[in-house]
Design a protein around this ligand. Sequence first.
Ligand code: AAL
Length: 391
Amino acid sequence: MRYLFLTLVFFLLFGCQSSEQPNAADKTDHPNSAHEFLGIPKNGKLSAASRRALERGYAQNADWFCEFNTFDLKGDLKFEKGVVRRDPSSVIQVDGLYYVYYTKSEGETHGFGTGDPEKKVFPWDKSEIWFASSKDGWTWKEEGAAVLRGPKGSYDDRSVFTPEVTQWEERYYLVYQVVKAPYANRVKNTVGMAISDSPRGPFKKLTAPILYPEDDGEWLGEEDNRFLVKKRGSFDSHKVHDPCIIPYKGKFYLYYKGERMGEQITMGGREIKWGVAIADHIFGPYKKSEYNPITNSGHEICVWKYQGGIAAMINFDGPEKGTIQFAPDGINFEIKAMISGRSRPPHAAGIVRSLVSDEQPLAALQWGLCFAYKDGWNYLRRFKSYKPSPP
Ligand code: AAL
């Protein structure tokens, strides 16, 4: 009896109310055009998904949306067993030739814990930065090394890899990841820079790195285990990766990917975020933005200028992976399109800088280079974007 009474009271209080009262979100004031575009009734009840679609602006047109295909390259950059070529820079065009810079190493990867500190731990360990040229972007001629490792004891004596190139006032600036030996799990990498008057080099290195990981985390114990931490520190307390400099608003914006000490798996996968560091001169000093991290997702940096702001392809990792985003000020990014699904965004996309245009947000993604895995080796490929139509 008591139970029946309580049930009745419950239904009177909550049951009726929930069917009569519109939920708060029904009153949101989104333009009719957004409702129309999304097929969500203007005055009806809103499911959580509909509310989200309106609030997050899913009613955008397809200007920011594309899918991707990838293709094999020809010439020296075609797949070569035993050789690692990966993480291509942007492609630049100088005197009728395309140039690309990339990580190159030879030989098997052994991983950590072999007991031999000389053994290659990653495909990008014991690497050099090489470059290639091409007339058509399909057939490439490998030209040689652009940046070599430094002598034993120097800040770049173990590996130099994952380059990006910036053309600025008749000079060519390479920025890249640097590891000093020994290459342990807990090693903290830095970012180096080398400068040349020609895309073909010679490139002259700066005497010290231009970017370091934050020094605010603390490892737990002496074991070489990157997951054991007393204090995790900032998003970039362990690694500063994938540097890319964009001359922007009279300054130089160095975008990079950060990895944190004690990295965790989150609701979006690997805990990977991007930051930016800004300088008055291209060679630095670079000051990390107070807004860092500026994304909560992404892997290799892929950014380009668009209508006074910066557009970004956030390929893998994090809750917003597989999106194209735009920041009118280069810092505050909003999602413009979801691109993963039927086709994956290319790995480490190196865009063709001369394609960047204010006319079309995705002009920059028409084609470029990326990398893939085959039989355990990394090799460079070409990507092409396209706009799908409904089946
Ligand atoms: C890449 C990049 C960086 C990492 C490794 C080599 O795709 O994010 O360069 O260090 O993987």
